[in-house]
Ligand binder design. Structure first.
Ligand code: ADP
Ligand code: MG
Length: 206
């Protein structure tokens, strides 16, 4: 019988500006709760970066004050890993409104360290946002998610198959002696994603 597989998941946590002084205490809770802090970064986001990060809330009443709050001071972003990281971290931080959190989840991080209905000490990704948010805060992250199943099919269908199909069609017409090398050269010459030189830009000599 195969041993049960433990799926280690990653989520993004942010210590928001109102809780930055409690960073050490919150990190202690994170470690005690079985998370590994995989990456950690201190940052001070501009209002533009904050708007991009919270794009899903664009147009809501609270959006402008959320952007002002999140760009008002330094934050610490962390990638947390453990089994069911997304769900477990959200459970640990509690509901977004701290006043409500103090009533319904008095031991949650937002109940303990949050300030009000907006300044709620910490952020936690949801399932749909985790990978995007991790890449937003850690763009150089080496651990890229490997698409599987439908995601892999969609990726190949969109970005690889159309070009590959054209290359294979040309290959069959040409029937070169070294088909693999020929195809490799063809792909390099016909790569739709290669950097292009803009001929319209000329440096004028004065
Ligand atoms: P969560 O952070 O738990 O995912 P949301 O995605 O709904 O919560 O909202 C993002 C952030 O926007 C919240 O953490 C909070 O800081 C702020 N926010 C959400 N709803 C409100 C609201 N009704 N009034 C003021 N700020 C809010
Ligand atoms: Mg959210």
């Amino acid at each position: 019988m195969e041993p049960p597989q433990i799926y280690v998941e990653r989520t993004l946590a942010i210590i928001k500006p109102d809780a930055i002084e409690s960073l050490t205490d919150i990190e202690e809770i994170i470690k005690r709760s079985g998370f590994t802090i995989v990456q950690k970064r201190r940052a001070h986001l501009t209002p533009e970066q904050t708007s991009d990060f919270y794009a899903e809330h664009y147009g809501k009443m609270f959006f402008p004050s959320l952007v002002a709050y999140m760009s008002s001071g330094p934050i610490v972003a962390m990638v947390l890993a453990r089994e069911n990281a997304v769900e477990y971290w959200r459970e640990l931080i509690g509901p977004p409104n701290c006043f409500r959190a103090r009533e319904t989840h008095p031991d949650s991080i937002r109940a303990l360290y949050g300030t009000d209905d907006q300044r709620n000490a910490v952020h936690g990704s949801d399932h749909d946002g985790a990978e995007r948010e991790i890449r937003f805060m850690f763009p150089e992250s080496i651990v890229e998610p490997i698409p599987t199943g439908q995601a892999a099919k969609d990726y190949l269908a969109k970005l690889v198959n159309p070009t590959l199909l054209k290359g294979l069609t040309s290959l069959c017409k040409q029937k070169p002696e070294e088909p693999i090398t020929w195809l490799a050269d063809w792909l390099i010459a016909n790569n739709p994603n290669k950097p292009c030189v803009n001929d319209d830009i000329h440096v004028t000599e004065s």
